[in-house]
Design a protein around this ligand. Structure first.
Ligand code: GGG
Length: 364
């Protein structure tokens, strides 16, 4: 029996509501598969914790998280705490301290009715965005001088190290090679004449090691247009931290909305735990109403299972998401249904159990 230790950080707003449905799925897997178990530890960190303690997480929080196999995060941010504090002192702190330099965001149309794009099929919207997740525009380098004075100056510096740029681009080439897909680099070298010229050079240099991978290179503005008009151009995409964050919101828009967008923050070397989270934020406007869509959070569990090497479960969860998306009445209101967050979770577990009841899991 394998036991995976999972740190739960439900966080703020709808975070706890959607994480609770993901945990329901993990507990169902434990029941269905005698070879697997999960040991959960929940951490109360987030904006409420900040208002009580003046910090988003415990001082030794990173130390406490080190021993886990994965972190499952809901959402961060709530009115009353400045967004740049909640994001930097919890989510970005974990990504950086644990060197989770790869952010995997699949852009996959799981049901053809969900795209607002006329005439686009599921076959045409199916790609993976690999976002640099440790530096770039999110390096946190900058300054604010002469605050409040007429001569005020604010600097926000993008940091693109050779190590950081090479490793994400190499990861993307490996992914493209392994899955026999094309690789598209998205940058903006005409305007960002230092950082993105460098990015493009590294993309070409590393590419010499991968002559078998077909590549493309687009400016971020052109890529934004093609995400909407010709998403079939893309198979694997590699891009910088900020561009990746923005582009994947467009990706969410063409595949059914933020309720279906997932992201995995990966430390490929497995020196530290990786972190799995829905892409959406805490949505204070709907929190506490029990209507948040938990599918993105459940998809994060699928990514977690893949990361654990339990791909049959990753695949079973993804297939069950496709199943539930065909049942209008089982969905939440953002997808035109009437179900609550927890009703969707209950139905999901029923469908998952039915799907895998045929498969036998044996003790290893
Ligand atoms: N699900 C985590 C969350 O609250 N994300 C909101 C967010 O703004 N994330 C920024 C980012 O991924 O860079």
């Amino acid at each position: 029996m394998k036991t995976f230790k999972i740190a739960l950080i439900p966080g703020d707003g709808i975070g706890p509501e959607v994480v609770s449905e993901g945990v329901k799925v993990l507990k169902a897997i434990e029941k269905l598969d005698p070879t697997l178990s999960f040991a959960f530890t929940e951490f109360p960190w987030g904006c409420e914790y900040y208002l009580e303690h003046g910090k988003m997480m415990a001082d030794d929080g990173i130390e406490q998280l080190k021993g886990f196999d994965a972190i499952y995060l809901g959402a961060v941010g709530y009115p009353g705490v400045p967004d740049h504090i909640s994001l930097w002192d919890l989510l970005l702190r974990i990504r950086k301290e644990f060197d989770q330099y790869v952010n995997l965001r699949p852009i996959t149309l799981l049901n053809p009715t969900l795209t607002p794009l006329k005439d686009k099929t599921a076959k045409e919207i199916d790609f993976l965005v690999i976002r640099e997740n440790s530096e770039g525009e999110y390096a946190g380098a900058g300054d604010r001088l002469f605050k409040g004075k007429p001569e005020e100056v604010v600097l926000q510096t993008g940091v693109f190290s050779r190590k950081g740029t090479e490793r994400i681009i190499r990861y993307a080439y490996e992914e493209a090679r392994m899955s026999n897909r094309t690789l598209t680099s998205v940058s903006k070298a005409n305007a960002l004449n230092y950082s993105m010229v460098f990015w493009d050079e590294v993309f070409d240099e590393v590419g010499k090691e991968y002559p078998d991978v077909q590549t493309y290179s687009y400016l971020v503005d052109a890529a934004s247009l093609y995400f909407v008009t010709e998403p079939e151009r893309f198979e694997v995409v590699v891009t910088s931290n900020l561009f990746g964050d923005i582009l994947t919101d467009i990706g969410a828009a063409i595949t059914g909305g933020m309720g279906l967008a997932t992201g995995a923050n990966i430390n490929p070397e497995r020196t530290y735990p990786s972190m799995f989270e829905p892409v959406h934020g805490s949505a204070p406007d709907i929190s506490g109403k029990g209507i948040a869509n938990p599918i993105a959070a459940i998809w994060s569990v699928s990514q977690m299972m893949d990361f654990f090497g339990e791909e049959r479960w990753g695949e079973a969860i993804l297939s069950t998401i496709k199943d539930i998306l065909t049942e209008q009445e089982s969905l939440t209101s953002d997808l035109g249904g009437k179900s609550s967050t927890s009703q969707l979770g209950i139905r999901f577990v029923e469908l998952l159990s039915a799907r895998v009841s045929e498969v036998s899991f044996t003790q290893e």
